[in-house]
Ligand binder design. Structure first.
Ligand SMILES: [Zn+2]
Length: 176
């Protein structure tokens, strides 16, 4: 087999291994992109907004001035809601930790695959360690426990150990 162009003819056969190699490399490079895109788009539809009685966002994710006057990383999104109103699980998963400390206050950590979601400042929580939860399941009530000045939910999401901006996740959920 030969390919003829204005400058002459090329014998294609010696090039076959190279062509096969290039096709394989392209397929391997594109496959994850196609899969992640398709999975991600339908996946986000399963996400549930964790607050039922939304009053507004009281603090965004990222760097901010802390109480001490130093810049600190705020690792979640603060959502204001009435005291005692329901908090829902963002995703189905398993409860891996119940928190009760001076910062998060009463809180819950749920793992869903590579994602870990944390809910802080609860007045009350309904779960125990090892419990399976579904997305949208009530997991507690909005409170003022831990380091907080008013009733709100601190909602954090970690992907493979790295904190993500829940605002970006919400945008993906709205888009899907
Ligand atoms: Zn917060």
């Amino acid at each position: 087999m030969a390919l003829c162009m204005p400058l002459g003819c090329f014998e294609l056969r010696p090039l076959f291994p190279l062509i096969r190699f290039l096709v394989a490399i392209t397929a391997i490079a594109l496959a994850p992109l196609v899969t992640v895109g398709a999975v991600a788009e339908s996946l986000w539809q399963s996400g549930v907004f964790p607050i039922v009685q939304f009053e507004g966002y009281s603090s965004h994710f990222g760097r901010r001035l802390g109480i001490s006057g130093n810049e600190e990383l705020h690792t979640g999104l603060d959502i204001a809601a009435p005291l005692g109103s329901p908090v829902l699980s963002w995703w189905s998963g398993e409860v891996v930790e119940i928190i009760d400390d001076s910062i998060c206050g009463l809180g819950v950590v749920i793992v869903s695959g590579d994602y870990e979601h944390i809910y802080c400042h609860l007045q009350q929580q309904f779960l125990h360690r090892g419990q399976k939860v579904r997305g949208g399941q009530p997991i507690g009530r909005v409170g003022v426990t831990g380091r907080t000045s008013g009733p709100h939910l601190h909602w954090g999401i970690r992907y493979r150990g790295r904190w993500l901006d829940p605002g970006l996740i919400l945008r993906e959920m709205v888009k899907s």
